[in-house]
Ligand binder design. Structure first.
Ligand SMILES: [Zn+2]
Length: 241
């Protein structure tokens, strides 16, 4: 199928209006295959993830970052690995559900790793509707639907994490935190709820590598029936969040 071309000149909602801080620097990257590079600057940087693609990025301990839905109703699969653990210690939705005694993190609560340590703290959340029960969409799912070439979150994650050392292709990815995915109580219905400019903001408690996939699932009305670009904003001043 054909996905919309990403153009650096395309119009998208003014992210800075939702950011609460000035001088937002936008990095209009046109590829999802960036060479890994640490973002240590305290100046906020925005990376636009083209519709149906993925992006990996590093954040430092104490750094705040946001995942922004630019056009609304777009799910973003998210995962994170602790730096310098050979990708062994990672975000775990099972541990997180245990600590939350549920599957809905409130502002101020944490996402936990498979070593039972808090890794990310939710600092702000304009939606408060996410999912931590479902896996990423995966290639076999689309192949079974007659779409063997369809992009998937699992492959997006594998693609962007391979330069960081993730092995096993899409079988090597971990269970995601499905940001903006409205699937309460295991119901898989198109219940989009995020609006243009909505975001969730995290604070990293340790240095980590994050991966985000703009979910390509365009069947049955999911993602508003149309896959759209999302943004990752790193280097947000802690005092703002
Ligand atoms: Zn997906």
């Amino acid at each position: 199928m054909v996905f919309p071309d990403f153009s650096p000149m395309m119009e998208f909602p003014d992210v800075s209006k939702t950011m609460e801080f000035p001088a937002l620097h936008t990095n209009h990257s046109t590829t999802s295959h960036d060479t890994p590079h640490p973002k240590t600057s305290s100046v906020p940087q925005t990376h636009i993830i083209p519709a149906a693609h993925g992006h990996a990025f590093t954040v430092k301990k104490g750094e705040h970052f946001r995942i922004v839905d630019l056009y609304g109703e777009q799910v973003v699969d998210f995962a994170a690995w602790v730096q310098h653990t050979d990708l062994i210690e990672k975000l775990s939705m099972a541990y997180t559900r245990y600590h939350l005694a549920g599957a809905t993190p409130a502002i101020g609560e944490y996402l936990w790793t498979n070593r039972d340590e808090p890794l990310l703290q939710v600092m702000a959340d304009t939606v408060k509707v996410h999912d931590m029960t479902f896996m990423s969409c995966f290639p076999e799912m689309y192949a079974a639907a007659g779409l063997p070439k369809h992009r998937s979150c699992a492959e997006n994650m594998a693609e962007v994490m391979a330069p960081y050392g993730l092995r096993g292709g899409h079988l090597g990815v971990t269970d995601p935190f499905n940001i903006f995915q409205n699937t309460p109580n295991y119901a898989l219905k198109p219940l989009g709820s995020s609006k243009p400019g909505d975001y969730i903001e995290f604070k990293a408690l340790r240095d980590c590598i994050c991966a985000a996939s703009c979910c390509p699932y365009d069947l049955k009305g999911f993602n508003g029936g149309k896959i759209t670009d999302v943004a990752v904003v790193t280097g947000i001043p802690a005092a703002v969040g």
